[in-house]
Ligand binder design. Structure first.
Ligand code: PLP
Length: 406
């Protein structure tokens, strides 16, 4: 009853295909620059020391059980998650203009946001997303019958932001359109607007009565500073925007598989803000109930343990600096090696870009050659994960790039 014309074979997910090919490669020189997870200088997964401590604390707590979490998640997690994103002294929090739902990591938060907007937002069915964006955005919005439309983002020539293209497309998008924005460490390009550029974007989005949807998967992971990485979101809220935020704790806590995340709705200031947020929270609870009933406990408990303890929080900030610092060092090392080899082209974009990923500008044939001849694996759009670089392989990567580019 499921013939191929109704259920055709789907193409393999590009990233999983890449991971499979890497695994099958028997070369001792192989380098994985496709992975979307942090690796230490020995290319190994890194359990954050603060997460180990939180784990220990949880394990020694005889009160803990495996009962269901509340539908909206555990409050000691969601309340701190919103403070982390909005700032502990945010007027939106003080005025009761925020509602938060614990989700299945960032993906679940984007999905819940998409579902909520598809059901209740009357402004538009079109979601403007950066070109390129995290590929899953297209699928998640399509799943709830919202249409994605591209806005220009990456300038192939400068390998930086195509700010003029981005602005003019958003400016000419219909009133009420949903505008999806990455507040920091844009995936896949590593290119972020400056704070002044965010201010210009906010002015356009306000003038067109558009709806901002922030997808924040890398807070603290980009600059190493939690407030700086949330500056765009906080600026929009300061400006009185009504908006939604998807928040992931996968990267900044290294809790990838534990699926800790949060979805926040913030309403604008006003006399009816509190009652609006109450109505929204009631509908989100119904959506959550039908989708997952109750969010998973473990990752949220780990994050909550850290977020609610001043000393552990400080230690976490140190762990974030370790990760972001190593990545920034690898950017510097790769750029300087390429430049000292005299590799054709300019390589400043490697250090100008920020966060886990870099859009190198390597072409598909060059990417192919790196894989086949030098055992270096990256997505065919030339995106590399900085986390895959370390002091042992950066020379091999730079000399190999030099050979395929020259
Ligand atoms: N949004 C963006 C832009 C991402 O890059 C990612 C992860 O790569 C996510 C959301 C969701 O990640 P997760 O579901 O693991 O939290």
């Amino acid at each position: 009853s499921f013939p191929a014309d109704s259920v055709p074979q789907a193409p393999e997910d590009a990233l999983f295909g890449l991971a499979r090919a890497y695994k099958a490669d028997t070369s001792s020189n192989k380098v994985d620059l496709g992975i979307g997870a942090y690796r230490d200088n020995n290319a190994k997964p890194w359990v954050l020391p603060v997460v180990k401590k939180a784990d220990e604390i949880l394990r020694n707590n005889p009160e803990l059980n495996h009962e269901y979490a509340p539908i909206a998640g555990i409050p000691e997690f969601t309340s701190k998650a919103s403070e982390l994103m909005l700032g502990a002294d945010s007027p939106a929090i003080k005025e009761g203009r925020v509602t938060s739902m614990q989700t299945i990591s960032g993906t679940g938060a984007v999905h819940l946001g998409a579902l909520f907007l598809a059901r209740f937002y009357k402004g538009s069915r079109q979601v403007y997303v950066s070109n390129p964006t995290w590929a899953n955005h297209h699928q998640i919005f399509r799943n709830v019958d919202l249409e994605t439309v591209d806005y220009p983002y990456f300038d192939k020539k400068t390998r930086g932001l195509d700010f003029e293209g981005m602005k003019s497309t958003i400016q000419s998008a219909p009133e009420g359109s949903i505008i999806l924005l990455h507040p920091c460490a844009h995936n896949p390009t590593g290119v972020d607007p400056t704070l002044d550029q965010w201010k210009e974007l906010a002015a356009i989005i306000r003038s067109k009565k558009q709806f901002p949807f922030f997808d924040c998967a890398y807070q603290g992971f980009a600059s190493g500073n939690l407030a700086r990485d949330a500056a765009a979101v906080r600026y929009f809220i300061e400006q009185g925007f009504e908006l939604v935020i998807a928040q992931s704790f996968a990267k900044n806590f290294g809790l990838y598989g534990e699926r800790a995340g949060c979805f926040h709705v913030v309403t604008g200031p006003g006399a009816d803000a509190k009652s609006t947020i109450g109505r929204i929270a009631s509908q989100l609870a119904i959506l959550q109930r039908s989708e997952i009933s109750n969010p998973p406990l473990y990752g949220a408990r780990i994050a909550a343990t850290v977020l609610n303890d001043t000393a552990l929080f400080k230690e976490w900030e140190g762990n974030l600096e370790t990760m972001s610092g190593r990545i920034i060092d690898m950017r510097k090392a790769l750029r300087s090696k390429l430049e000292s080899l005299g590799t054709p082209g300019t390589w400043n974009h490697i250090t100008d870009q920020i966060g886990m990923f870099s859009f190198t500008g390597l072409t598909e044939p060059q990417v192919q050659k790196l894989r086949e001849e030098y055992h270096i694996y990256m997505t065919k759009n030339g995106r590399i994960s900085m986390a895959g670089l370390n002091t042992h392989n950066v020379d091999h990567v730079a000399t190999s790039i030099n050979k395929v580019v020259s």
